[in-house]
Design a protein around this ligand. Structure first.
Ligand code: UDP
Ligand code: MN
Length: 289
């Protein structure tokens, strides 16, 4: 009898233990369920359309790898990558395919005959043509447009900031224009000027990485585009002039006191020419770098 009783008691303890375990499990999982529910049903997250011109060079894959692996962490992101080339390359195509990012792959070769040295003009304009059409389809979700060069450094925080944009949002950019930070100056929550040393007479002395524009505005202003007719450094002012005056700009990143994007530049690296070497290395042309 003694042993039977003990067995029953053991079973009761086991049942109680399991109950406690189930209760604890439910209690622990609850925030996760709530979180998912919040994001899918309650939370509306504007899409970010990131427009990136890119061209073939030694460090292209390294730069695009770093950028794409940042972008994989950004929700509701659509990457529009435009190659400066006659044809789309396998390198970029495979890099995009291997990422988990929603993307559109385009290409247009820069017309070198034109005197202007600005990069990315034709590529960004092609992306804007594509985007205008896409925004008028059922998949074309509202959001913001961000012009993002392929060798800059982007904190995830800059993407959080730009989802707040109503018309045009602005923020500081680190290590650009000969400065530690080039930034809009803010008084009483409004942009009152700029701290910029390079061509401070630019209508909008901002870097391309320092603003985002409500995507719908590109439908409202179908003529808005970049131009080769403007002097160097005026591409940002050229596109912004369609949408805003300085007083309309929305200061983000804590009233433009935080740096969440850096105009880093990848050093142009030289490699030895195997043809000129007495003892050339084993051929590695088949290896994608
Ligand atoms: N770019 C391009 N074709 C070129 C040179 C540059 O498509 O011939 C792209 C480049 O990949 C980058 C953007 O245009 O995404 C700006 O170029 P870069 O980063 O060289 O400009 P900078 O750092 O001098 O502002
Ligand atoms: Mn750059």
């Amino acid at each position: 009898m003694h042993f039977v009783n003990l067995k029953i008691v053991k079973k009761q303890y086991l049942a109680l233990g399991m109950l406690v375990f189930v209760v604890l499990f439910l209690f622990n999982s609850k925030p996760a369920f709530q979180c998912q529910f919040h994001q899918e049903v309650v939370g509306y997250l504007p899409t970010i359309y990131g427009i990136t011109p890119t061209y073939s060079r030694l460090a292209q894959k390294a730069d695009l790898t770093r950028l794409s692996q940042t972008l994989m962490l950004v929700k509701n992101f659509h990457w529009i990558v435009i190659e400066d080339s006659e044809k789309k390359t396998k390198l970029v195509e495979n890099l995009l395919k291997e990422s988990t990012i929603k993307y559109t792959h385009l290409n247009v070769k820069t017309n070198k005959a034109k005197h202007s040295t600005a990069s990315g003009v034709e590529q960004r304009n092609l992306a804007l043509d594509w985007l205008r059409k896409y925004l008028q389809t059922p998949e074309g979700a509202p959001g913001v447009v961000f012009f993002m060069d392929d060798d800059n450094t982007y904190s995830l925080k800059v993407f959080e900031e730009m989802r707040k944009v109503k018309r045009v949002g602005v923020w500081p950019v680190g290590i650009v224009g000969g400065m530690r930070v080039e930034r809009p100056l803010v008084t009483d929550g409004k942009v009152s000027g700029f701290s910029a040393l390079w061509k401070p007479y630019r209508p909008f002395p901002l870097d391309m990485a320092g603003f985002a524009i409500n995507a719908t505005l590109f439908l409202d202003y179908p003529e808005a585009k970049f131009s080769r007719k403007v002097q160097s450094g005026f591409q940002e002012s050229e596109i912004l002039k369609y949408f805003a005056t300085v007083k309309d700009l929305e200061p983000l990143a804590d009233n433009c006191t935080k740096v969440y994007v850096w105009h880093t530049r990848t050093q142009k690296m030289a490699i030895l020419n195997p043809k000129k070497l007495k003892h050339p290395p084993i051929n590695d042309d088949h290896i994608e770098v």
